[in-house]
Ligand binder design. Structure first.
Ligand code: MG
Length: 450
C-alpha cells in the first residue's frame, strides 16, 4: 500500500501532488472513518489554503460531518480547540516548507496529532475508495468560530503575569508572515512586555523570509534585537508550533538550548519528574534533568511520539531539539506561544537569557549524511547493528552508539533516500572525528551491500 501520511500529515506541492481532488477524497475518507460528528478546521497563511480548505470541507460534509471553520490559526490553537470542542481537528498547513507547498494534518479528539494506526485506517478507506456518502438530508453544516482568543487565554493562565509585568521586558517577535502573528505578540503585549514585531502581516508568499526559523533566515531579527537593545528575540515557524530564541546579545540559540533550559526549570519546580525527548536530543537535557532529581525518557523521533509518551508516563515536560516544546500543564503538543511566554517568565525570574544559558552543560554536534536507496534502508540497518554489536547501543530509533567521549546516532531519513549521522561530544574536534569515522564505516558497509 502506498503511504499517504508522512511524519507530519500529508504534504505536497500545490496543484501537483497536493490537489483539490486529493483533499476531497482524503476528507471523504476521514469523514467515513469518523462516521459523522464535528470537525474543526484551521489554516496557516498560505495562498492555497482557501482552495484546499473548501475541498476538505466538501468531503467532510458529504460524509455527514459538521464542520467548524476556524479560519487562520496557529496549529496549537487548532489542537486546543479540538480537544475542548470537537471529535477531530484538521490543520491545512505545510509548517516551515516553501510557499508552493501545503499539507493536511489530523488532530485527534484529545488534541494530539492522530496516531499512525488511525492514519492507516483512513488510508485504507482512501485506497479502497470505500467512502460512505450520506443522504441529502444528512449532509453536514458549516459554522465559524474563533479558536485564537481561548488559546491565548489558556497560554496566559499558565504564566506568572505579575513577575513578567514587573520585569518590564522588551521583546522582538518575528512571525515569519505566518499565523504566529495572531497570537505570540498579542500575548506578550497582554503580559506587559514592550513588543516590536517583524513580518507580522500574514502573507502566504512569505516576503520576509522562508518560514523555517534558521539562523540565516533570522538575520533581521538578530539585527533588530541588537539595535533596539531588546531582552530577547523570538521567532515562530509558519504554523507557530515551534519557537526559536535570540538572546539579549543577539546570539542565535539552538533549539537544544531552550529545551535544556526549560527542562531544568520545570524539573526544579516540580522537585523531580519525567521529561521526554527523542534520542536525537543533546545530552545536556539528560544532564540537567538528572541533576535536578528527575528522570529522562528517550523516544523515537517525532513530536506525536513524544507527546504520547508524555501522557503515558505522566511526564512534567517534553520536546524536540528543533524548538518544539510540549508543556504538560497546557496541552500535549508543540506550542510556540506557550514557549515564548515560558522563556519570558524565565528571564523575568532568573535574569538575562545569555547568563542563564551559559550555566547549562554544552556539547558540540556534528551532522552529516550519505545517500542510501530506499530499498536498502532496512538491510543497511541490520548490517549496522551487527557491525556495532560489541558496543553499547540503543535502537529506539536508528542506532545510537554510546562512547566515553559522546554518542553517535545513525538513522535513515524519513523523507529522503538518505542516512543521517549525528555525533555529539564535548568539543567540535571530537564530534567531527566521531562523525568522520562513522561516515566512512557506514559507506563501506553500504558498498558491500550493493
Ligand atoms: Mg511547524
Amino acid at each position: 500500500m502506498t503511504k499517504l501520511f508522512g511524519t507530519n500529515g500529508i504534504r505536497g506541492e500545490v496543484n501537483k501532488t497536493m490537489t483539490i481532488d486529493l483533499a476531497s477524497r482524503l476528507a471523504k475518507s476521514i469523514g467515513t472513518w469518523l462516521g459523522g460528528g464535528t470537525v474543526s478546521i484551521g489554516t496557516d497563511t498560505r495562498l492555497s489554503n482557501q482552495m484546499l480548505k473548501s475541498a476538505v470541507i466538501a468531503g467532510l460534509t458529504a460524509t455527514g460531518c459538521d464542520v467548524i471553520d476556524l479560519g487562520e490559526a496557529p496549529t496549537p490553537a487548532i489542537q486546543l480547540y479540538t480537544r475542548e470542542n470537537t471529535d477531530l481537528g484538521i490543520g491545512i498547513t505545510a509548517s516551515h516548507n516553501p510557499p508552493q507547498f501545503n499539507g493536511i494534518k489530523c488532530v485527534d479528539a484529545d488534541g494530539t496529532e492522530l496516531m499512525k494506526s488511525k492514519e492507516e485506517e483512513i488510508e485504507k478507506i482512501f485506497f479502497d475508495e470505500s467512502y460512505k456518502l450520506v443522504d441529502w438530508s444528512e449532509v453536514g453544516r458549516v459554522t465559524k468560530d474563533d479558536s485564537i482568543s481561548p488559546y491565548n487565554d489558556a497560554v496566559m493562565d499558565n504564566i506568572d503575569h505579575d513577575k513578567i509585568r514587573k520585569a518590564d521586558l522588551k521583546v522582538v517577535v518575528d512571525c515569519a508572515n505566518g499565523v504566529g502573528a495572531l497570537s505570540t505578540p498579542v500575548i506578550l503585549r497582554e503580559l506587559g512586555c514592550s513588543v516590536i514585531t517583524l513580518n507580522a502581516q500574514p502573507d502566504g508568499t512569505f516576503p520576509g523570509h522562508d518560514s523555517e526559523p534558521t539562523e540565516v533566515n533570522l538575520k533581521d531579527l538578530i539585527e533588530m534585537v541588537k539595535t533596539t537593545g531588546a531582552d530577547l528575540g523570538i521567532a515562530n515557524d509558519g504554523d507557530a508550533d515551534r519557537a526559536i530564541f535570540i538572546d539579549e546579545k543577539g546570539s542565535f540559540m539552538h533549539g537544544d538550548r531552550t529545551l535544556t533550559l526549560v527542562a531544568k526549570r520545570t524539573v526544579k519546580e516540580h522537585g523531580g519528574g519525567i521529561v521526554v525527548t527523542p534520542v536525537s536530543s543533546s545530552s545536556s537535557v539528560k544532564d540537567v534533568v538528572v541533576e535536578e532529581g528527575g528522570e529522562l525518557v528517550y523516544t523515537a523521533v517525532g513530536s506525536p511520539i513524544v507527546a504520547r509518551e508524555m501522557i503515558k508516563r505522566k511526564a512534567v515536560f517534553g520536546g524536540e531539539e528543533n524548538g518544539g516544546l510540549i508543556f504538560s500543564e497546557h496541552q500535549y503538543c508543540r506550542d510556540a506561544a506557550m514557549s515564548a511566554a515560558k522563556i519570558v517568565e524565565l528571564i523575568a525570574s532568573e535574569g538575562p537569557l545569555s547568563e542563564i544559558t551559559s550555566k547549562l552543560p554544552n556539547y558540540s554536534l556534528d551532522k552529516r549524511g550519505f545517500p542510501c536507496p530506499e530499498e536498502l534502508k532496512d538491510s543497511m540497518m541490520e548490517r549496522l547493528k551487527s557491525h556495532y554489536n560489541e558496543e553499547e547501543y540503543d535502537d529506539t530509533d536508528g542506532l545510537k552508539i554510546y562512547y566515553d567521549e559522546g554518542w553517535v546516532l545513525i538513522r535513515p531519513s524519513g523523507t529522503e533516500p538518505k542516512y543521517r549521522i549525528y555525533s555529539e561530544a564535548k568539543d567540535d574536534m571530537t564530534a567531527q572525528k566521531l562523525g568522520e569515522k562513522h561516515l566512512s564505516e557506514a559507506v563501506d558497509i553500504l558498498s558491500n551491500l550493493k
